[in-house]
Design a protein around this ligand. Sequence first.
Ligand SMILES: *[C@@H]1O[C@H](CO)[C@@H](O)[C@H](O)[C@H]1NC(C)=O
Ligand SMILES: *[C@@H]1O[C@H](CO)[C@@H](O)[C@H](O)[C@H]1NC(C)=O
Length: 409
Amino acid sequence: MDNDEKKMEIYSLLVTNDKKAHDEAHSAARIRKVLWFASVVAVALIVIMLGYRVNYLGDKERQQQRQRYYESAANLPRDSSSSLHENHDLESSILMADHFIDYLKRHKKNYATSEETMKRFQAFLKSKKMEIEHNSKGKFNAEYGENTLSDWTNEEFEKMLLPKDFYKNMREKSDFIKPIPQDMNYEMNAPFPDFFDWRAKNIVTPVKWQGKCGSCWAFAATATVEAAWALAHNGEWRNLSEQTLLDCDLNDNACDGGDEDKAFRYIHRSGLAYAVDLPYVAHRQNSCVVKEDWNVTKIQVAYYIHPDEQSMLQWLVNFGPVNIGMSVTQPMRAYKGGVFTPDKYACKHEVIGLHALLIVGFGTSEKGEKYWIVKNSWGQDYGVENGYIYFARGINACGIEEEPVGILA
Ligand SMILES: *[C@@H]1O[C@H](CO)[C@@H](O)[C@H](O)[C@H]1NC(C)=O
Ligand SMILES: *[C@@H]1O[C@H](CO)[C@@H](O)[C@H](O)[C@H]1NC(C)=O
């Protein structure tokens, strides 16, 4: 099979990948599009064959012609700054298309239209380009790879985060979370173990998926409550409902963000329903259906832990996982291993939004990098160990040690 035939095949695979979403109207439109594209390609082929008299061009030139043709036909980006482009021959383009088709299968992704498929292919190529670049530079000392967010655009990713100044002054404006009491009874100077992980003690519930919704605050708060509950009740796991906060906590803004002070206050007063009773739908629904007689899960108190590594370790070891906020930079989206160590410059100048998460443990890598084990809410194929990120510890990287909160259920 020659390269032109291969290209045609790849394109038609891309176009027909979404077979399942077919209905009559769609498929008619799609057939028209495929026919239209096929005729454009046919015309382009004739033009190339006649106009450039392929046989008389030198090998190298012919290769360049073919590549140019393929790129415009398959609508691939031609970004001269891209490292993908440098070793980007026809074979690697074909590989990328194959890879994308494989990615769609593995992630069970289906797009409604051919336009959507092509838009996602572009976004996927961009993500791949970033991954390759980050991996080759050892960006932030971490490794990068694909996950369910790889076909998102940068803008979509940003929208999933909280606006950059969201948490400003949360501490000063708080009316529920209190400073940790001086006389709280725990070992202040206990030597800490080298490695500690609440997951091994079976009190951490599985990672969830917030979807395209700025609800990290609700996921982090709920994850904190689930862990605190398990810890206080002999490891009993409760699958609690983030949707309770989206629908019923009207002081917060559902998919447009919320803060942990108001969320914990709501949970203290009114409690979280079970996820099975009020499942997550990733938007605020018309009304709050939680009734007086529902079984809900409440908390007793929430404390601001002193914002430093030692105080966080103390709370973590003595009382359970620690709720935190942090600034997010683009590379975090594709994190796939190592200790993610964003530098000061990036944490100051390359922040695209804020995020709330849960620290469940800590350790030190073989290379001597200290890290927090952090539970995320970007699905179980994110990061390592089914949805976790190992984040630099002890240097307040991107603010991770700035506003730690602990709760008691
Ligand atoms: C929690 O409940 C939700 C909604 O019912 C469900 O989708 C999810 O799989 C549950 N998670 C666990 C760990 O059981
Ligand atoms: C609440 O939980 C208790 C104990 O698990 C159970 O007996 C009761 O039926 C539940 N009530 C509702 C309304 O689900």
